[in-house]
Design a protein around this ligand. Sequence first.
Ligand code: CA
Length: 235
Amino acid sequence: MKSQPRVLIVEDEPAIAELIAVNLRHNGFQPIWAEEGVAAQRELDAVLPDVILLDWMLPGQSGVALARKWRADARTKSIPILMLTARGDEPDKVAGLDAGADDYITKPFSTQELLARIRAVLRRRAPEQIGVSVTIGALVLDPATYRVTYQGQPLKVGPTEFKLLNYLMTHCERVHSRGQLLDKVWGDHVFIEERTVDVHVKRLREALGAAGAMVETVRGAGYRLTAQPQVATQD
Ligand code: CA
């Protein structure tokens, strides 16, 4: 039940797009294909991907123009962009990075190289997508096996609470507002009331049992997962 990172492939050559999509699917990603900028924009308006693979040469708007546009848009500006360029086009690479691409990869590339680059940009942007286990104090979450343990004992955590915990653990000690959690855990395209977050935090604390105190409410700000919960004092 590990969540599959969505990869938007913007590529006008069907053979290349198909090859990339097949490889991504086999490696636990969810590919979405758009042939050019207008179709890609439609996909972005519907659901935001975790990564964009953007071909340099496209009919209509070029990859660089699209990268620049998406970087300037608040909704898409933090999505990692990997540019696909032709061999030896050094000025292209520089222009691509200038336009806001996170990295570039030169065609033809190997599947392994492509996957490594995608994982690297995801790791920089979203540590909760990588699928390695996270340990905070005695609390351990393993996205690969979909298990949570506290002091070695397995805990029963629902799917939404699992995603929420995964996000909080990979961004621990920081305070997250309800809006930020909705955006990061539920996805920005959903229209859910902020109090939904409170409901799931409550369920998460119940599921965590003795570790529930690690999920702190920061009054007026939001929630934080901490290795050292404040002990409630009587006054
Ligand atoms: Ca092309």
